[in-house]
Design a protein around this ligand. Structure first.
Ligand code: WTA
Length: 632
């Protein structure tokens, strides 16, 4: 029996059962559907305590041969990429698999010509232009490890990531279009590189045609380099467990860490989850609205769809430009059949009104997806009714940067769906709910900490340069388990409903930030003594950022002070991490041992002023009354 494709509820049940009783046999069968230069020696080696996880060890491959070369014979003339520019009046770009293969090989030759080789780390800081996807695949082609940094991050964040990975090159553009705005990119790279010593080359894609500063001996234009190379670029042979990429993500402590994914397992799992969750058919047109700078863009733009030989739309702009009907206009224009977006986008478009949806037919849509944060019932129903016209299944896909691919989701039109429930574990996934003490809860209709008790092929392998941090963060809280950091409920039928983070991570419009990371950014503002950041429910963003700030002197001009705090956050992290509310306080509620009582601050931010609980053990209970009084 083959479990490659789930078509019925029974297939799902059988596939899941097989994946639990014989995980190695199950995944080996999936892996056999790919092109390998050499078959693996061992399907799985694992020890969650170290952690040491290896899938398909000894296997040799190049993921881009699977994304591109193997499609050439049958799908050479099929569209791989439809690129929709920011401005709807600009011409869109279409690339067949043959053309994408050609462009990736040429770009890869440019990388080689510039001295970049297997194992080198390459930072990619680019807007959503076709060259972004091409650059990522070109790195994979030559075995360089890409580290994509989302363009909303600041020069400081980019520098931190370049330095942590020891990147030898940066791939960027001159600038970017975002809605009505034009923004710099290359000058941000220049600023970052003032703090970096490892970067030898910057390869610049022309997009906005700005005059940019080109440093002789370091910076080159992509279009000039391309005239110097040919289209023949044999793929570098990689070990299944060689790193494919690093992607930085925030946790509850310290600086963002570089999650490492490897070649073989990541390939097998992103392809399998993509095809099954969305029930992809040969004729589908897939549109994922995420930026390639996040894990969703890695797994379900750069890799999953190309591995599956699917046609996809990549969109440069924002959902509200030139008006809030843009997504729907794109759906009609390109005949999108599968649409994958984030709840925050749905909520913001919902708030703009149905008049922006009604002009479009949306009849091509077949499957809808959601990712990044819990989707509230109101948004779910709006999505179902107005976008899916009541006929499209919605897959609410739960996963993380660390998991590499979707772990919990219904399967479009195959397993049942329930609003706000990610629902069922995919084959290969063995979730458990634990009590805070680490005891497994086996019953249903319960709530607990979401962990995984068995590895799947695309689980993270390490955090770059600091394996111990990986162990501590994910594998040490509960012995023998991968701990997700999320809390979840399981209903009577075994469906999972994700509640949200149980650690000090906040999820703002689907973007993860550690509260500590934002606090240290705030604390760099002049006149700030200390701060505490918590999340609070936000109608559009899911969670908003609420900062309590203690200043050296009483604040005379609160607007001015707020402005300088926001500036500090934008400089340290980027515009995506701006606090929504800043309240000045004379002190923070602390225990006698000096620990900030975030629980109390969270209640204040959530406006639950009567539910603060016992405050008598605080060092200075009076600060609580002051904080309540000054609530924004
Ligand atoms: C949250 C994004 C509820 C969750 C792919 C997780 C979700 C974090 C869902 C990972 C969902 C993601 N329902 N919550 N369908 N999907 N999350 O690393 O808290 O950017 O831990 O990966 O987003 O965010 P990340």
């Amino acid at each position: 029996m083959t479990f490659d494709r789930i078509r019925t509820q029974q297939d799902y049940t059988d596939a899941h059962a097989k994946s639990v009783s014989d995980p190695e046999g199950f995944w080996a069968a999936q892996a056999e559907t790919f092109t390998w230069r050499k078959t693996w020696d061992t399907t799985l080696v694992w020890d969650f305590e170290k952690p040491d996880i290896q899938w398909f060890a000894g296997g040799k491959l190049n993921i881009t041969e699977n994304c591109l070369d193997r499609h050439l014979e049958k799908r050479g003339n099929k569209l791989a990429l439809i690129w929709e520019p920011n401005d709807p009046k600009e011409r869109f770009v279409r690339l067949t698999y043959r053309e994408l293969h050609d462009r990736v090989c040429r770009y890869a030759n440019v990388l080689k010509r510039n001295g970049i080789k297997k194992g080198d780390r390459v930072a990619v800081y680019m807007p959503m232009v076709p060259e972004l996807m091409i650059a990522v695949l070109a790195c994979a082609r030559i075995g360089a490890i890409h580290s994509v940094v989302f363009c909303g991050f600041s020069a400081q964040s980019l520098a931190d990531r370049i330095n942590d990975a020891g990147a030898v090159a940066v791939l960027c553009s001159d600038g970017m279009f975002r809605g009505a705005k034009e923004m710099p990119v290359k000058s941000v790279v220049d600023e970052a590189l003032e703090q970096c010593t490892t970067v030898r080359r910057v390869i610049v894609t022309e997009r906005v045609r700005w005059a940019v500063n080109m440093v002789a001996g370091r910076d080159v234009w992509l279009h000039e380099e391309l005239t110097q190379v040919g289209a023949d670029c044999p793929a570098e042979v990689m070990d299944a467990e060689d790193p494919l990429f690093i992607l930085y993500t925030s946790g509850s402590t310290g600086k963002p860490k570089g999650v490492v994914h490897t070649c073989g397992g990541y390939m097998v799992y992103t392809d399998y989850s993509f095809r099954n969750v969305f029930q992809v058919e040969e004729s589908d047109v897939f549109f994922c609205t995420a930026d390639l700078g996040w894990i969703t863009g890695h797994s379900y733009m750069a890799y999953g769809p190309t591995l599956a030989g699917a046609t996809q739309v990549m969109f440069e702009g924002v959902p509200t430009f030139p008006d809030p009907g843009r997504f729907w206009q794109i759906v009609d224009k390109h005949g999108v059949t599968i649409f994958y977006t984030a709840p925050t986008a749905i909520r913001s478009l919902m708030a703009c009104g149905i008049d922006h949806v009604l002009p479009y037919s949306l009849h091509s849509l077949r499957v809808l997806g959601s990712v990044g944060e819990p989707i509230n019932e109101e948004a779910w129903h709006w999505y179902k009714t107005h976008i899916g016209k009541g006929k499209c299944p919605i897959v609410d896909t739960w996963w993380q940067t660390e998991t590499g691919g979707i772990l919990i989701s219904s399967i479009a039109g195959v397993t049942d769906e329930k609003p706000s429930h990610a629902a069922y574990p995919l084959p290969g996934i063995q979730p458990v709910l634990l009590t805070a003490e680490g005891k497994e809860i086996t019953e249903n209709e319960v709530e607990g900490l979401l962990c995984m008790k068995f590895p799947w092929p695309s689980i993270l392998r390490t955090t770059w340069g600091d394996h111990e941090r990986c162990r501590q963060t994910y594998f040490s809280s509960y012995t023998g388990m991968y701990f997700s950091g999320d809390g979840a409920k399981r209903d009577a039928e075994g469906r999972y409903r994700i509640i949200g983070r149980v650690d000090d991570v906040i999820n703002v419009s689907g973007h993860r930030f550690g509260t500590a990371e934002i606090e240290s950014a705030i604390n760099t503002a002049k006149g700030v003594v200390e701060s505490a950041v918590v999340g609070y429910p936000h109608d559009i963003k899911g969670q908003g950022i609420y900062a309590f700030v203690v200043t050296e002197k009483p604040v005379e001009d609160p607007e001015d002070m707020r402005g300088s705090i926001i500036e500090s956050v934008v400089a340290s992290i980027g515009r995506i991490a701006k606090p929504d509310k800043i309240q000045f306080v004379s002190g923070l509620p602390k225990t006698r041992s000096g620990k900030i009582m975030r629980r109390i601050l969270r209640k204040v931010a959530e406006n639950e002023l009567n539910a603060l609980g016992d405050t008598s053990t605080l060092l200075d209970p009076a600060v609580v009354d002051e904080i309540k009084g000054g609530k924004l």
